[in-house]
Design a protein around this ligand. Sequence first.
Ligand code: ADP
Ligand code: MG
Ligand code: MG
Length: 209
Amino acid sequence: TEDADRALAMRSLCSIAAILSEHRDELTKLDMPIGDSDHGINMDRGFKAVVDLLPSLEDASASEILKRAARAVISHVGGSSGPLYGVVLRKLSAAVRREGALSIQSLADGLEAGLAGIEELAGGSPGDKTMIDAMVPAIESLKQSLASGIDAQEALQLAADAADGGAEATIPLIARKGRASYLGERSVGHKDPGAASFALCMAALAHSA
Ligand code: ADP
Ligand code: MG
Ligand code: MG
């Protein structure tokens, strides 16, 4: 129902904000050797702004909540991850509006559209050592779960595990996009911070469903 979806959207965003806050220093440390040491600070600031917004959205639909969250993230994150996470939230909002419900289907469709949005906005592709490398396996996992018909909780946990595997798999890659790409081969041996934060967001969804 509308009310259940609104509550789930709010709970999910709060859960994402909590996990990003808890892992803020770890994400910032990942951004130290291959970036500018701000990813955890950026993400924590952005999603704190989202949580601050929620009390004013009591009457909003789940889709509207996601749209407002996108705007808050874009205006508060500051780093290049702001517009990238912003486009993902905007596409999730559109998928939920189109499909009329928050579901594994709308999550899979929204993330897939968000991935296309990131590729269009920032020109990255799979294998470039970015958040895309955590998104692709998560989307694939959600699609497989939809095909096999397992329940939502299990589907979210599998997708979170897949995202985590994708983030780990960025370690040996040479960065081709973002600040880490300035380091070329010296970026090898470090996990991409954006892939790590995306995996944390998926873990938060698995915990809040
Ligand atoms: P900044 O690099 O501006 O300081 P952040 O540190 O908050 O921004 O975010 C860095 C993360 O953003 C990277 O780890 C990467 O996952 C993601 N990112 C940066 N550029 C791109 C891009 N062109 N395509 C996809 N993801 C990108
Ligand atoms: Mg940074
Ligand atoms: Mg920065």
